[in-house]
Design a binder for this molecule. Structure first.
Ligand code: S3P
Length: 169
């Protein structure tokens, strides 16, 4: 297993903000799988969903993990909210490093993403309902994938990063 710190969790759970802060404090580079894919494809996530569909995007996520296994070590890796849902990705995540799940409530997610237009899965009439349904399906999978589960809704950014630095304790 490689020595990367991997952040998983639902859209809006804070993976990016936590990752950036950890990267600064631990002096490790941060990689975001969404950004990695956008750079490779020279398209935004919304464009990829629109032009090629969700399944094509999921395939790109798996390819991204495979490449990171070859190239990334001692880095912070924040992964898209849907990535752990592909069974094939579980082994890849384990191989890539220690997996931290940032667990938040649907209400926290809604507050953070309600004005966001960059997440195709939430561009629906009733985003709160979509968040609840998706989260219900995903939460058990996130938990199964995680080495450490952090209840993050009531913690500050500082508290979360501190816990991760102490390896989840
Ligand atoms: C998705 C989450 C997004 C992005 C895409 C799909 C999902 O990443 O990969 O819009 O299925 O939950 P974030 O979790 O970084 O928002």
């Amino acid at each position: 297993m490689k020595d990367n710190i991997i952040l998983i969790g639902f859209m809006g759970c804070g993976k990016s903000s936590v990752g950036i802060r950890l990267s600064y404090q631990l002096r490790r580079t941060m990689i975001d799988t969404d950004k990695w894919i956008e750079q490779r494809q020279k398209k935004t996530i919304s464009q990829i969903f629109q032009e090629s569909g969700e399944e094509a995007f999921r395939q790109m996520e798996t390819e991204c993990l495979k490449e990171l296994i070859r190239t990334a070590d001692r880095q912070i890796i924040s992964v898209g909210g849907g990535l752990p849902m592909r069974e094939e990705n579980h082994e890849l995540l384990k191989e890539l490093g220690r997996v931290f799940y940032l667990k938040v409530t649907p209400e926290t997610v809604y507050e953070r993403v309600k004005n966001d237009t960059t997440r195709p899965l939430l561009q629906v009439e009733d985003p709160m309902e979509r968040i609840r349904t998706l989260m219900e399906k995903r939460a058990p999978v996130y938990e199964a994938c995680a080495d450490v589960i952090l209840e993050a809704s009531d913690l500050t950014l500082e508290e979360i990063t501190e816990k991760i630095e102490r390896n989840g304790k």
